[in-house]
Design a protein around this ligand. Structure first.
Ligand code: SF4
Length: 398
């Protein structure tokens, strides 16, 4: 857990690890609680500012430890109150964190990886390839940075961040241990003290990790489903080929059953015009989820460069919602926020040092598409289905 400086970064230590750390330097375990409050309640990163820590101990801490969050590259505030931070992590890549205020709620959307290996076809993060897992300090560091920007108030007092969703860049369950440590800090009273109902892990369906989840956390669960059948879901969420819908729902239901009654899973469904937004898809979805306790969150697709998907019309969103509602589901439709700072769902891009060459392939495909559109405009020829298929094949690395 030491970094390049040879010092241990206390920011990412869980309560138990912090106690072990103090024992390892010959100090009492109760120091762990003091330290966690300084770090997480008050956002302090300077040992000299810790007034209830003796000078001798402060010097000892300075010799072996530090409190270091990811570097903040930028912080933007949208006209609707949404905030977006771009932070640089140890691998050199940049990831994004978004804060969304809504009434009395303030939800922080946190990233778990720089880039993502899973390449969901509607997601801009996936287009950048994968660079690295974030450390526990880099995951919780995003909450720390956001909390500090609102003036760091102790847990249990009215505060800006009321909910955290692991729904930023990356697949959280492919960075399992670090994300579990960060989740425990989000819910730990000496740190952020958030209720287990207000901390949500969102996964595209890494079934073996969902099966392990109950041994590590009791946070809420969201499944990025996006399609009502395997054929379509495999096109949108390629990991479905490995872990098809039936297995995914079986695994999610198993985890939910450990959380007790009245906790329901959230089904995320990105609605894409002409792809998964037909009335028949809504009916199929209603039938699929009949025995699965859940509520459904519809996310109208947010267009971005490198994607030829389109946002559905308001009437198609309304029809989709109505069918599910009439089938007895609680359905919400996510409103697009913060277009002015590029913080809408599915648009997080950061700056990832891609290890996979995927970003290069997508850039090539996008420039071919632009070239095709320009040629088509010049000749007056319609962009044909064959052209689209060629672009699509490129997009999937064929
Ligand atoms: S939707 Fe999530 S899992 Fe899929 S590519 Fe994007 S970040 Fe990765």
């Amino acid at each position: 857990m030491t970094d390049a400086t040879g010092k241990i970064n206390l920011l990412g230590l869980t309560q138990a690890e912090m106690e072990q750390f103090f024992e390892s330097i010959g100090e009492k375990r109760f120091r762990a609680g003091q330290m966690m409050k300084w770090i997480h309640h008050f956002g302090v990163d300077d040992f000299d500012a810790m007034s209830n820590v003796s000078k001798v101990l402060r010097e000892k801490l300075k010799a072996s430890a530090e409190i270091r969050g990811p570097e903040v590259v930028s912080e933007d505030i949208s006209t609707d109150g949404t905030r977006k931070w771009v932070v640089r992590v140890a691998s050199g890549s940049c990831v994004e964190t978004v804060y969304i205020p809504q009434g009395s709620r303030g939800t922080l959307c946190v990233s778990s990886q720089a880039g993502c290996a899973l390449d969901c076809s509607f997601c801009s993060t996936g287009k950048q390839g994968f660079n690295s897992d974030l450390s526990a300090a880099e995951v919780i560091g995003q909450v720390w940075i956001a909390n500090k920007s609102f003036g760091s108030v102790p847990a249990k007092i009215d505060r800006a961040i009321t909910n955290v969703v692991m729904m930023g860049m990356g697949e959280p369950l492919l960075n399992f241990e670090n994300v579990m440590d960060a989740l425990s800090l989000m819910m730990e009273d000496q740190a952020y003290g958030l209720s287990k109902r207000r901390v949500t892990i969102s996964t595209s369906g890494v079934v073996p990790a969902i099966d392990r989840l109950k041994d590590f956390t009791d946070a809420s669960l969201a499944i990025s489903l996006h399609a009502p059948n395997d054929e379509l879901r495999t096109q949108l969420v390629p990991i479905n080929k490995k872990y098809p819908i039936k297995e995914l729902l079986r695994s999610a239901a198993g985890y939910m059953s450990t959380l007790g009654e009245r906790r329901v899973c959230v089904i995320e469904y990105t609605l894409i015009a002409g792809v998964n937004d037909h009335r028949q898809h809504a009916r199929e979805l209603a039938a699929l989820l009949r025995d699965f306790p859940c509520k459904i969150n519809i996310i109208p697709f947010n267009p971005f460069d490198q994607s030829d998907y389109r946002r559905p019309s308001d009437s198609s969103i309304g029809n989709f919602r109505q069918i599910l509602h009439e089938a007895g589901y609680t359905v919400t439709v996510r409103t697009t926020r913060a277009d002015d700072i590029g913080a809408a769902c599915g648009q997080l891009v950061g700056a990832v040092g891609d290890n996979t060459r995927r970003s290069e392939r997508y850039a090539e495909a996008a420039s071919k598409r632009l070239l095709g559109e320009a040629q088509s405009a010049a000749t007056g020829r319609e962009f044909t289905k064959a052209d689209n298929l060629a672009v699509s094949a490129d997009r999937h690395g064929a």
